[in-house]
Design a protein around this ligand. Structure first.
Ligand code: TYD
Length: 213
């Protein structure tokens, strides 16, 4: 049992296999006796799930990028306060299927919003949160596109949007190598999991420090 919990986020384009890797990691951790909380973004609390409906609804095709950024930040603020911080205080390992880097990659690099603005609003969202680890699953956007379901509002964005989002993620990995671990998401889920697990274990055992946002 950890004295204080640890947070690990999973990031990457739609279709890279994040959700599968979150599930496989959770199963392995539970087998080893770690208490685990799995969350997803946008979502994870009743308010955040309601905001998710708004964000992914194709009816809101004309949503302004600034409105979009605030809605994601709002859903995240509630998730941090209501679910993540209490779970960490209780000593759990929290696995987040997407977290704050999604806002930098999608709203910043994808939509072209100012990165300082996004960092500023999210600094209030993350108040009280310390170091964490981020697993970045990377796949060429054309390949990721084939795997995604393609139905929600963000999945309807084109290939050039996805290329910009991927560039954003790669920049984050270059800027914060202690926290953001880049993993090629090619190969079978089990092969990818082996690479993910090495980083997860090193982080939980204190051999890898992670970093702050
Ligand atoms: P996700 O739940 O991962 O989609 P799916 O379950 O269909 O794979 O994420 C929904 C979409 O929200 C995804 O296209 C990425 C986008 N997103 C942002 O643009 N900014 C954010 O801050 C977050 C958390 C997600």
């Amino acid at each position: 049992m950890l004295e204080r919990g640890k947070l690990i986020s999973f990031e990457g384009l739609d279709g890279v296999g994040k959700t599968t890797q979150v599930r496989l990691t959770a199963e392995k951790l539970q087998k080893r006796g770690y208490p685990v909380l799995v969350t997803r973004e946008p979502g994870g609390t009743p308010l955040s799930e309601a905001v998710r409906q708004l964000l992914l609804d194709p009816a809101f095709e004309g949503m302004s990028p600034v409105a979009e950024a605030f809605l994601y930040a709002g859903a995240r603020a509630q998730l941090v306060r209501e679910a993540i911080l209490p779970a960490l205080a209780a000593g759990k390992v929290v696995l987040c299927d997407r977290f704050v880097d999604s806002s930098i990659a999608y709203q910043g690099y994808g939509r072209g919003l100012d990165l300082q603005f996004l960092r500023f609003i999210n600094s209030f969202v993350l108040q009280g949160l310390g170091r964490f680890l981020t697993i970045l699953l990377d796949l060429e956007p054309g390949l990721a596109l084939q795997r995604g379901s393609g139905k929600d509002r963000l999945e309807q964005e084109g290939l050039s949007f996805r290329q910009r989002v991927r560039e954003g993620y790669l920049s984050l990995a270059r800027e914060a190598p202690e926290r953001v671990k880049l993993i090629a998401a090619t190969g079978s889920p089990e092969e990818v999991q082996e690479k993910v697990w090495k980083h997860v274990l090193a982080f939980l055992e204190g051999n890898q420090p992670g970093g702050c946002f």
